[in-house]
Design a protein around this ligand. Sequence first.
Ligand SMILES: Cc1cc2nc3c(=O)[nH]c(=O)nc-3n(C[C@H](O)[C@H](O)[C@H](O)COP(=O)(O)OP(=O)(O)OC[C@H]3O[C@@H](n4cnc5c(N)ncnc54)[C@H](O)[C@@H]3O)c2cc1C
Length: 439
Amino acid sequence: MGKKIIVAGLGHGGIAAAAQISQAGFDVTVYEKKKEGTLGYDWTDIFAPDALGIAGMSMPPEDKYEYKEDMTFFGPTSQKSLRQHVPEEHLEIKMERRDIYEHFINHALECGVKIVYECAVEGPIVLGNRVVGIKTEQGDIYGDLVIDACGLNSPVRRNLPDSFGIEKDAARNEKISIYRAFFNVASDEEVDAKFKVMLFKGGELGINWIASEDDHTDLLMGRFEGFGMEEVEKFTQLLRKENPRLGEEVIRGGQFVEIPVRQPLSIMVADGYAAIGDSAFMTVPIIGSGIANSLKASKILAQTIIKDKNRSFSAESLWGYQTGFYKALGSGLAPLACVKLLLLSLNAAEVDDLFEKEILTEDMMTIGGDFTGISNIKIDPKAMVNQAKQVLSDTELLKKIIACGVRMGKVSAACTMMPKKWNARRVQSWARVYEYAFR
Ligand SMILES: Cc1cc2nc3c(=O)[nH]c(=O)nc-3n(C[C@H](O)[C@H](O)[C@H](O)COP(=O)(O)OP(=O)(O)OC[C@H]3O[C@@H](n4cnc5c(N)ncnc54)[C@H](O)[C@@H]3O)c2cc1C
């Protein structure tokens, strides 16, 4: 077959796509900046295991994962909480990030994928209108297609020519800054909920979780502005008042990172180029989960590549990946970016009202419970607006919820208007309309 595919960065979707296309006979090499055996973070992640089968992977060995506890959501001060009730057959699994990587990498190696570690990608090589390779610290590498799996700050996506019409960066309110650490257990006192998700806790614009495990307490702090250790100290002191199990010693993790929480990239392909995973902003915009979506996208990308009989890997031939992705996932993810924008526009008292007045419900928070839509969250704008109209008088909150419902409608309409066939001018003008719907 002879066609050479480059995967820039060992992102989850990238390595999963690499395995599938290598199995189909392509020559696939992944270039990763980190050292072999050092990928991922020192903590666990949660994802829907059905995505593994979709990407052609087996389940990991049973001792490598456990099923995730349902989450309980709390407002800033509201006494009312919302507990998920994910059916057993749809429970997500929790796995060490390094074990997830090991599972994916072993599978890809078995499928014939080559991996070059300690090779930082610096940007794309573009000839005319086409991506023809990557610049790396080890020199220029040419290929027939570059799959960009370098994550949120991909130097490939960021250095594409403006004429491609592909967004380069996520704006400040389109990514969330995270601090995550496992703390020691300081007391054996029981907690009211084992896995608590707290919105706007302490009045801060952000999402946090605290999960009480037998041998540690898992703390995640997410803010829409950058923050430092001083803020972490203040927040953990506040949490210790309610949760004496949360110790003072960080036993694992303790890093600051960023996750995209925005609508998927409006244009994911160009001649010789396709973005996947965090590079293409495929996370669920209100919670930042991206592993399952990346895996599911990998199948759509691999099938598009394999179906390209001329092996042109042109934007035209790769466009089926973008339309397939939006049909299966993107059109469910994009409206959720509007819910994130709604949350960003609220004050703490209004967030409490979402709980108290049952505008958010346990059904809506049952992430992972709805496997008919792939985004796994069931926020139905009509139901939310109707409930808000019934329980709120003419308040600012009601206006904000109605505006969110209208915006979700516009975004969904924009998704359905995506050109079926590639035409650079029409696609770029559609992308402007789509992006405008979030303003
Ligand atoms: C704290 C935290 C918790 C999360 N929890 C969950 C969770 O529980 N469940 C879930 O589904 N998702 C979770 N996510 C999101 C999830 O990590 C991503 O959405 C998912 O991994 C897809 O991202 P990716 O693999 O495309 O990109 P990344 O994970 O960013 O991987 C990119 C890869 O490219 C490499 N790379 C980057 N730049 C270069 C370069 N210049 N040259 C070469 N290589 C490069 C990186 O080293 C890395 O290996 C979490 C993220 C964070 C930060």
